[in-house]
Design a protein around this ligand. Sequence first.
Ligand SMILES: [Zn+2]
Length: 250
Amino acid sequence: MAGEKRPRTLVLLSMGYDSLSTWHQLGRPSAVHFDVGSCYTRPERARYEKLRTSFPQLLPVQDLSWLGANEESDAWVPLRNLLMTVHAAALGFNDIVMSAPADWASDKRLMFTLTTTLAMRVAQPGVGYRVRRPFSHWTKAKLIAATPAALLEEFAYSCYEGASLPCGRCSACGRATIAHLAAGREPPTPPPPGLSFREFTDLRRGSANGSRASQVARMHPGEWLYVPLRGWELLRAWNAYRKRQDSRWR
Ligand SMILES: [Zn+2]
């Protein structure tokens, strides 16, 4: 069919900071949210439904809630991204966009997007399938800084605890706090006062769950080069944190 290879873009929108920012940077194309039945499904889904009322290019929520039974203790759901990618393509899109700045998960890496692209091109030649991560070289702080604060404040959700408001203690909340401070933005949850530099950087590991150990276990040895936050961004976040502390005592 003529024009079959024309890109029909669909962003996988989890409603975290990375995916909302990715969707915005691409000019807010079509997007879809998958209910994967995880412990943080409800607040994510509620935010997506709310966003969808203003953006008709957002597809209805797709149900993969049966996957929730496979959720591991660090909130990782095996094969989730593989299922979502193929499902998204089968909805009639050939340009599937994932957001994965510096993500530790094996199913968000370059090898994943290359091999899923290849598998779909083999399975259905002529459609020009592509799975990509256009901002994989950006940090979370850079994505946040390039996205309107109002969009993120109203719609983004990134917390492993799954309450309607983020807990401020888990590793997802910690990473969001540091990235916002590095981006010169107000963090979604206030960081605890009086932290040392070491304690501040440890916010990325979280205190509410043991996610760090298993995340590290899932990294390839070479992934240590894979920096989730540039050193200067961490210092900028630390300086912003210190400034907040100072102004509190004035
Ligand atoms: Zn949290």
